[in-house]
Write a protein that binds this ligand. Structure first.
Ligand SMILES: *Cc1c(COP(=O)(O)O)cnc(C)c1O
Length: 508
């Protein structure tokens, strides 16, 4: 309801620093946005390579040079000029076609524009009175996700800062639900039960490190995580799951959760969800699926079937800042039975009093381990709305086509050892390995190849270690990366390897 009172004449000394009804704020907003947009356009129009190629100490020094603040302040334009070199041009250009190191995506334009709206509105998702419309947008996006996953009506979810938080939440609910069922013990109120040292979590040896990190933060210690062997495709080995469970039973341990990974960080492998679900069900284990990476296949037209039985999970992790192309950070935690959120809820009189709940007021803090929380749901909403589900699926499918092309191409190259001939999602693992008369330390050489190309800015890819050997990794998330980009990158890798070997590096 408008009061009809205009405050136009009530000027303050701070009017040009905030967006508000008054003309000064509006003009400053418009001007600032235009200047930022022009500066970013200028920088992006000449990002010929993914990285400028400077050393850490060079960049550190340039940044130190801009770390001073004056009493009277500077104009946005002046500061933009000042940070152009040190920050804007020295940053990793993640949207470049040859930027393919980590699960770190080029952000969609509607996501970037979404960030601008999110920052402007600055809603906080903890209580309805701080996110009066945003609460329902997030709830609507959770409903969309429920439907897309195939989750039942009883399910629920909440946006998170990413996979780390979502995995933590999954294991927290799993732990507390087990303690409640098994001992009638309330961890929230009483802390860990006397027998907590017997609690065990199973995941594969290729699972994300945050499973162990969560166990440690949950007071169970990393010792609570038992890693199961993986097969030649880096999928959790079912025989070993059975063997481990049998051994734990014999030792009097209490396994309570089974974590499957849908898209492992290195290989993109997908654990056998239907079989694991049925083991979990039989043994009464909480089944958590870490689909931080693989969850992107929900929108794929040709690979959606790889997520068969995802909807059986008791809880799951989905990241939108990976295969959903959202600016960092954006993720979700989903749980099949929303009643489990009771293990998290705490009523604070100032924020989410129980009376609110009685009156039907939705305070999302009840479902989260965070309090103040970003309105990240909006950028995903804008992205799905503007790109459209058809094109979104095509984008993801394009990266799958590229990954399988890259695997085929690398398999045909001399001096390249390819680890995954049939990539399940978008990652390619390989290393340079030539027959030479001189002894070469190929771990050292591959490490040097990665470092050299990063410092020349010609290609940004990752290194990882498999069975003690150094391998290189391409994570092909960018639907604009072409077959030609892969050829050029592999040429650079070969050239660099030869130069390094001739230069005497890595000789043993
Ligand atoms: C990225 C990733 C995580 C961690 O998620 P963040 O968003 O970085 O916190 C967990 N699990 C898997 C499989 C991942 O790929």
């Amino acid at each position: 309801m408008s009061t009809g009172i205009t405050l136009k004449n009530k000027k303050t000394a701070f009017d040009s620093f905030f967006l508000h009804q008054g003309g000064e704020g509006l003009a400053a907003f418009e001007k600032g946005m235009e200047q930022v947009s022009n500066k970013l356009k200028e920088v992006y129009s000449d990002t010929g390579q993914p990285f400028i190629g400077k050393t850490p100490s060079e960049i550190e020094k340039e940044i130190a040079g801009i770390m001073h603040f004056s009493g009277e302040g500077q104009s946005i334009q002046e500061v933009l000029e000042e940070i152009e070199g040190p920050v804007l041009r020295n940053s990793l250009h993640i949207s470049h076609e040859k930027s393919m190191a980590h699960l770190h995506c080029p952000p969609l334009l509607p996501g970037i524009i979404g960030e601008c709206i999110i920052g402007t509105l600055n809603q906080s998702m903890d209580s309805w009175d701080q996110s009066t419309a945003a609460t329902y947008v997030e709830e609507g996006m959770v409903d969309w996700l429920k439907e897309t996953v195939g989750y039942p009506e009883t399910s629920d979810g909440v946006f998170t800062s990413g996979g780390t938080q979502s995995n933590y939440m999954g294991l927290l609910l799993a732990r507390d639900s087990f303690c409640d069922k098994h001992w009638g013990h309330n961890v929230q109120k009483q802390g860990l039960p006397a027998d907590f040292q017997r609690l065990r979590i199973l995941c594969s040896e290729d699972a994300h490190f945050t499973v162990k990190k969560s166990a440690s933060q949950l007071g169970l210690g990393e010792q609570a995580v038992i890693t199961v062997k993986t097969d030649e495709h880096h999928r959790m080995c079912l025989n070993d799951v059975q063997a481990v469970l049998k051994r734990l039973e014999e030792d009097g341990m209490l396994p309570f959760a089974l974590v499957a990974t849908c898209g492992t960080t290195d290989f993109g492998s997908i654990d056998p969800l239907p079989e694991l679900d049925s083991i979990a069900e039989k043994k009464g284990l909480w089944f958590h699926v870490d689909a931080a990476f693989g969850g992107g296949l929900l929108l794929s037209h040709s690979h959606r079937d790889k997520l068969e039985n995802l909807e059986k999970a008791d809880s799951m992790t989905i990241d939108f800042h990976k295969l959903f192309y959202q600016p960092v950070s954006c993720g979700a935690f989903m749980v099949k039975d929303r009643r489990h959120f009771r293990f998290l809820s705490h009523h604070a009189d100032y924020l989410n009093p129980e009376k609110d709940e009685d009156e039907g007021i939705v305070n999302l803090v009840t479902k989260s381990t965070s309090t103040t929380r970003r309105f990240d749901a909006l950028k995903l909403y804008l992205s799905l709305k503007t790109v459209g589900l058809e094109t979104f699926g095509k984008m993801i499918d394009r990266t799958m086509v590229l990954a399988s092309y890259a695997a085929g191409y690398l398999a045909g190259l001399d001096n390249i050892e390819l680890k995954n001939k049939h990539p399940e999602i978008n990652t390619i693992i390989f290393r340079y390995q030539a027959e030479t008369e001189i002894g070469i330390d190929f771990n050292e050489l591959n490490r040097a190849i990665q470092q050299t190309l990063l410092h020349e800015g010609k290609g940004v890819f990752a290194k990882t270690s498999i069975d003690g050997e150094t391998f290189l990794k391409l994570t092909l998330l960018n639907p604009r990366t072409s077959e030609e980009d892969i050829h050029e990158l592999m040429d650079e890798i070969e050239k660099t390897a030869i130069q390094l070997m001739n230069g005497g590096l890595a000789r043993v």
